[in-house]
Design a protein around this ligand. Structure first.
Ligand SMILES: Cc1cc2nc3c(=O)[nH]c(=O)nc-3n(C[C@H](O)[C@H](O)[C@H](O)COP(=O)(O)OP(=O)(O)OC[C@H]3O[C@@H](n4cnc5c(N)ncnc54)[C@H](O)[C@@H]3O)c2cc1C
Ligand code: SF4
Length: 498
């Protein structure tokens, strides 16, 4: 049964076995698992619930309705980077690119060696199988990928870099190219299309427009939550909802979950809440091509190139209104470039980073997210840009923007484009972007160095569990949604058995 601000006005109090805070990748997967094991579940989500046909394919609408903090969330490093996240039933899966990877065995082995045996590759493999079957993971077909992805493939093939089409959870994708704005065809397998309906079939009650403001604790044990019911169009509070529960599962994401704990000083005897943030810092750049690429047409991110250990190149696109607002072009040269958008090919690259960031309480109830890019990771970002430049030229680009500086001057030759990309390029010269925050309530054996026990229950507060990307003990190096879902299912099974 789905509820929202229209049906939840006034003051209400309900009871469940488990209340889940946040209806994203982790919350959705945990809800389905718990409900199928016979527990009564209520899931509260700050954002609204939309059906695919309600997505108007508009950047302005999406930012205001589907993005955390209306798209203004940033990371403070040496410069400021965007830190987008989803808001709504579906969480970040509503706006993600649907790329699906299992975590590399080396990462899971390292976690298992640190005492998290439940996350060892052979233990997680059947859970990944279940996740893939539920969200509809398939290998990309070149017909959906279209010209931008095929152009980057051509460059990768020419250089022998061993790239390949990615797997995606978009079984009904028509390649319309606007995954970041909400999938209007319903072809993407965001969790509002699979795990959450499955949870509802087994009795879960999903309450949208409900921002959890407080975790209720009695005699040291988590016993429920209080939420403000907010009309998303007017931002007015129209009600209050209290859920009494035997267990509370936080799945509000890598920023939202530590914020809830920090606001109340909960589960933080280790002083680790909010620390150990990894973000997969990413960069991207583009080049001019003689043929029409129409990069906005086709799947935004369909092709990947493992450039080196810790650096993964992936294609991307941006809707024209987004692309142009990020460019400093003007005058005759700017007009020329704008007219040539159809001839611009794009590629990005992400880096497997250290856990160098932190989420803290900021001003006006907002999170303050800080991050110190290490020299190793800065060098990896520079090598990612060098790799993209080489791929673009190998595919046939005629002019390439090296990805640093003001974006006005493009290089006419590969050597000119590579020349400025030296190891001393500074962080503030690159346009860093981060959409994979992980690790602010990390799982671990040692209660002095982690927030959550291997089961998923917090070390300090019985009855308080975590099932989202904040659990990650380290950066993954690949897109994280399937690992978030799998870890959430692992946690849900432990909770159901507790
Ligand atoms: C633009 C973008 C593209 C991405 N592309 C990919 C990709 O292609 N492949 C991939 O693997 N990963 C991708 N990711 C990352 C992936 O989507 C996330 O890692 C994953 O969704 C995180 O799951 P989560 O459960 O931790 O949080 P989320 O999915 O973000 O869900 C958290 C939910 O909690 C809600 N919430 C927060 N605070 C509260 C509160 N106080 N009360 C109630 N609700 C609250 C939020 O509104 C949100 O809906 C992308 C992310 C972004 C932003
Ligand atoms: S490209 Fe595919 S998954 Fe993305 S919005 Fe369009 S139809 Fe949906």
């Amino acid at each position: 049964m789905a509820k929202d601000a229209k049906s939840l006005n006034g003051t209400r109090r309900i009871k469940a076995d488990v209340v889940i805070v946040g209806a994203g990748a982790g919350g959705g997967a945990a809800a389905a698992e718990l409900a199928q094991r016979g527990l009564s579940v209520v899931m509260l989500e700050e954002g609204h619930r939309y059906r695919p046909r309600e997505f108007p394919a508009s950047y302005g609408w999406a930012i205001n309705h589907l993005y955390a903090e209306r798209g203004t969330r940033i990371v403070e490093g040496e410069s400021y980077y965007p830190l987008p996240g989803g808001r709504g039933v579906g969480g970040s899966t509503l706006i993600n690119s649907a790329i699906c990877y299992r975590a590399p065995d080396a990462i899971l082995d390292a976690w298992a060696d640190a005492g998290l045996e439940g996350l060892a590759p052979e233990r997680l493999a059947p859970i990944y199988d279940l996740v893939e079957a539920t969200i509809g993971v398939t290998e990309m077909h070149p017909l959906q990928a279209r010209a931008n992805n095929l152009f980057i493939k051509r460059g990768s093939d020419a250089l022998g870099l061993g790239g390949g089409f990615v797997h995606r959870n978009a079984p009904g994708c028509v390649g319309c190219g606007i995954c970041y704005l909400g999938c209007p065809s319903g072809g993407k397998g965001s969790v509002d299309r699979n795990f959450i309906p499955l949870a509802e079939e087994h009795g879960t009650e999903v309450c949208a427009d409900c921002k959890v403001a407080r975790i209720l604790v009695r005699d040291g044990r988590a016993v429920g939550v209080e939420a403000r019911v907010v009309d998303q169009e007017t931002s007015e509070e129209v009600g209050r909802l209290t859920v009494d529960a035997d267990a509370v599962v936080l799945a509000a994401g890598t920023v939202g979950t530590p914020m809830l704990l920090l606001e109340q000083g909960l589960a933080n005897r280790s002083d680790q809440v909010g620390r150990n943030l990894a973000i997969h810092p990413a960069v991207g750049t583009y080049g001019m091509v003689d043929d029409a690429i129409n990069s906005w047409d086709g799947v935004p991110q369909a092709y990947a190139i493992p450039l080196e250990k810790g650096v993964l190149l992936q294609t991307y696109n941006a809707p024209p209104e987004v692309f142009f607002t990020t460019q400093p072009w003007s005058g005759a040269d700017g007009m020329r470039k704008m007219r040539m958008l159809k001839n611009i090919a794009m590629c990005g690259g992400l880096v497997s980073d250290g856990s160098n960031g932190r989420v803290q309480l900021g001003r006006h109830g907002k999170a303050k997210v800080t991050y110190a890019l290490s020299t190793r990771d800065r060098h990896r970002l520079i090598r990612a840009l060098r790799g993209i430049v080489r791929v673009l030229y190998a595919a046939g680009a005629t002019e390439v923007y090296p990805g640093i500086g003001d974006g006005v001057d493009w290089a006419k030759t590969e050597s000119d484009a590579l020349a400025p990309l030296t190891p001393d390029v500074e962080e503030r010269e690159m346009n860093v972007y981060a959409s994979h925050p992980m690790g602010t309530c990390r799982m671990g054996v040692d209660a002095a160095r982690s927030v959550v026990a291997p089961s998923g229950e917090t070390h300090d507060v019985p009855g308080l569990w975590i099932a989202d990307a904040s659990l990650m003990p380290s950066s993954l190096g690949v897109n994280p949604q399937m690992t978030v879902m799998s870890m959430a299912i692992h946690v849900a099974r432990n909770l159901a058995a507790a």
